[in-house]
Design a protein. Structure first.
Length: 472
């Protein structure tokens, strides 16, 4: 599979094309130092075998920000160095910290904007990025990723919402000035050290930029010296939903949905953005790798994207949060043992509520994904799965018997077919839940269903008997 072919980016060689993009965890303390919970999360990712793991965004400056890792001073380097060593001991993948600058925001709703920054402020931001990138080298990392996406400082300079009237706002070329200055300063400071960038391919807000500008942004950043581009979308303040007593959070509106497309969006919902950028880069003669993200969740889909030339690397955040062993299992030919993300976006909701980020499918109260090498599959009880359906409430309600396992049943996958069509996995529920409400079924169609239970290692029960149902 091309997904598991190595890829060289500057001085680092990724063992495969699977990328874990930076994800908020809220596991860090207020002090910004690496702690045990952070270490456990990323060592678990490393064990799973992804080719590139991007550490969650860490601040290049000292502003108060709650539970966020920091790289704003040399005092943070020892903890980051120890984390890298433990990840190296756990797995073969490369690791790059994502470094970020953000503006101030208050619970009253006030937020600092880029047009509030003085020229000296801007110069300090550029210098802070360069210093932080050097610390990534000192801590033993393989590369560094510059955060220019979503609602944060560099993205706000790129945005069409940038209202500055000097050389740092207005036209696209002027909006690019600070991001280009950051890339230039970082490249000068780190030499041939691999430097990537993550930015929005579309802002997904009224009046925001789209692919027509983002392909030019990508080209200009590559010209300035970045080695790869990672494409996100949305996550802006402009459509954030106000909540009394809380600061605005940029992932609560439509643009936040586009950043992390949930179950109502189609697979690879944002792929067209990355594909357009990659095509434009190739037309300009650039071979810079492009990372596509946004609900890419099966090996078949990932492989098709790579073979079709729509991306060079596949970013999987929520699927690997759900099952960090996704790369290892798939490479061994055992996608059938992967615990598959259901895109309920409970992880996103926890982040919005400033809670520790965990997966909806994990056992209740756990802050890390379960680990098991068990090979004994769970089984249905003697009376079988007993799958039943009720279509009397304008939906189809499924119920089944609890499965049994020597270690413990983790959850259940729900499969559905329309008429005589192919079965598709439509959702999952965590144990001990033994029921599901199919609210997307409509009257006039015959549906077929079956369920499978799975354990902590991803071993599955036999499929339950197939049940036909319709809304009455």
């Amino acid at each position: 599979m091309k997904l598991f072919e190595p890829l060289k980016i500057n001085s680092m060689t990724l063992p495969n094309r699977v990328v874990v993009p930076a994800m908020v965890t809220r596991l860090s303390g207020e002090d910004g130092f690496v702690n045990g919970d952070i270490t456990d999360r990323y060592v678990r990712f490393a064990k799973g075998g992804a080719g590139l793991i991007v550490l969650e965004a860490m601040a290049v400056h000292g502003s108060k920000s709650g539970p966020l890792l920091r790289i704003s001073g040399d005092e943070f380097t020892p903890g980051l160095r120890e984390l890298r060593q433990k990840m190296k001991d756990a797995g073969p993948g490369c690791v790059a910290p994502q470094i970020i600058h953000f503006l101030k925001i208050s619970r009253s709703g006030w937020r600092q904007k880029v047009d509030d920054l003085s020229i000296d402020d801007i110069r300090a931001i550029v210098d802070a990025y360069a210093a932080a990138a050097v610390r990534c080298i000192d801590a033993g990392y393989d590369g560094v990723e510059l955060h220019m996406a979503h609602a944060y400082t560099l993205s706000s300079f790129l945005s069409r919402m940038n209202k500055r009237r000097d050389d740092y706002g207005g036209s696209l070329d002027r909006r690019l000035r600070v991001p280009v200055e950051v890339v230039t300063a970082v490249r000068k400071a780190v030499g041939d050290f691999p430097v990537g960038v993550r930015f929005d391919g579309e802002e997904c807000i009224k009046g925001g930029y789209t692919g027509d500008e983002s392909k030019l942004i990508a080209w200009r950043l590559v010209q300035a010296g970045v080695d790869y581009v990672s494409i996100s979308a949305g996550g802006k303040f402009e459509d954030a939903q106000p909540r009394e007593g809380e600061p605005l959070y940029p992932y609560t509106g439509y643009s936040g949905d586009r950043c992390m497309p949930g179950k109502t969006y189609p697979p690879a919902a944002n792929l067209y953005i990355a594909a357009g950028i990659r095509l434009f880069l190739r037309e300009q003669g650039s071979s810079a790798p492009v990372i596509a993200t946004g609900k890419i969740n099966t090996p078949e889909l990932a492989e098709k994207i790579l073979n079709d030339g729509h991306a060079d690397l596949i970013g999987m955040a929520r699927p690997i949060l759900c099952d960090p062993d996704w790369p290892r299992k798939v490479q061994a030919g055992h996608f059938d043992r992967v615990i598959r993300c259901c895109y309920a976006n409970v992880c996103k909701a926890k982040d919005e509520r400033f809670q520790t980020v965990s997966c909806f499918l994990w056992p209740k109260g756990e802050i890390q994904a379960p680990q098991s090498d068990d090979s004994v599959a769970p089984q249905w009880p003697e009376e079988g799965a007993g799958l039943k359906a009720d279509g009397s409430k304008g939906r189809i309600d499924l119920k089944w018997n609890a499965a049994k396992d020597n270690e413990g049943v983790y959850g259940y996958d729900v499969w559905r077919a329309l008429g005589e069509g192919d079965f598709e996995r439509v959702d999952a529920v965590p144990a001990p839940v033994t029921g599901y409400h199919d609210t997307t079924a409509v009257a006039g169609f015959e549906y077929r269903y079956y369920v499978q239970g799975y354990d902590y290692a991803g071993n599955r029960t036999p499929a339950s008997g197939i049940l036909q149902a319709r809304i009455s």
